[in-house]
Write a protein that binds this ligand. Sequence first.
Ligand SMILES: NC(=O)c1ccc[n+]([C@@H]2O[C@H](COP(=O)([O-])OP(=O)(O)OC[C@H]3O[C@@H](n4cnc5c(N)ncnc54)[C@H](OP(=O)(O)O)[C@@H]3O)[C@@H](O)[C@H]2O)c1
Length: 293
Amino acid sequence: MKILITGAQGQLAWDLINAQQATSFECIGLSRKELDITHEDNIQSVLSEVKPNTVINVAAYTQVDRAEEEKDLAFQINGLGPQLLAKQCNTRNIPLIHVSTNYVFDGKQTQPYREEDPTHPINVYGASKLEGEIHVKNECAQHIILRVSGLFGKHGNNFVKTMLRLFQEREELNVVDDQFICPTPTCDIATSIWQIIERLSTATQKPQWGTYHYNSSPPVSWYQFTETLLEIARTHRSFRIQALHAISTDQFKTAAKRPLNSVLNCEKIFKVFGIEQRSWEPGLRQLIEDLLR
Ligand SMILES: NC(=O)c1ccc[n+]([C@@H]2O[C@H](COP(=O)([O-])OP(=O)(O)OC[C@H]3O[C@@H](n4cnc5c(N)ncnc54)[C@H](OP(=O)(O)O)[C@@H]3O)[C@@H](O)[C@H]2O)c1
């Protein structure tokens, strides 16, 4: 079975391509240069040549703050790109697995978000990702939209890497304590996506296409996550950092607003695909070890 992965130089794509489960498939990862999802003719020629059985779209515009100024570009990559991909996949009867985000929600709900909860993005990035979701739903009958949150992995920029750098550079750090997330190792998302593909390829019943949520557990604030991160990092080496201070979102201005509640309910993905929520801590320990070794 041939699986085509877009945005192959990204953080999540790296873990998808290098996952143990990927070896059971013929896995073809294409970078933006090889497949630009905003160019329909490029998509057509690649799909005709590669003839994949499934496409995984992890190509995206992911600069949340910069998106406030680069709205057109964000919508082109996160809205138009998935639309073109979905249309071409549908024409060829190819299932599309499209990765999305909790930023389609406004974060005002107190409970973890379920798939059917009303969407209401509060920044440009979230709005552009929601547009992509809508197109995938409308244009491609055989689709899985997988919403994830708070990714961290070895390849690419993320919160963990930023914090490890700041622990070296600063004596004190302010970290937001009123935004709650389920930080998620990219290798866990990769495992979940491969589990979905395995299930779909062996399913005896009609596949349950639609939207699913996955993030690790348990929920923590960015401040709580940073405390754990520092504790683990200190088991490897000493840092300049002396104190972490918990602050509120109001005290930490960013170009794009962030949801206060980024926690996704993962019951549906467990019920349909048997995918259990894993703890983020082993993935965090492994990443810190890999980065500091
Ligand atoms: N990071 C998070 O915390 C987070 C949270 C929730 C959801 N997500 C979602 O998870 C997915 C993967 O995120 P990630 O962190 O792996 O992102 P990433 O590291 O930024 O990777 C995205 C990749 O997409 C490529 N790309 C951009 N425009 C493209 C285009 N027009 N055609 C083809 N490829 C293009 C980028 O290439 P260049 O390097 O050339 O720009 C990059 O390699 C995305 O859908 C994202 O929205 C991420």
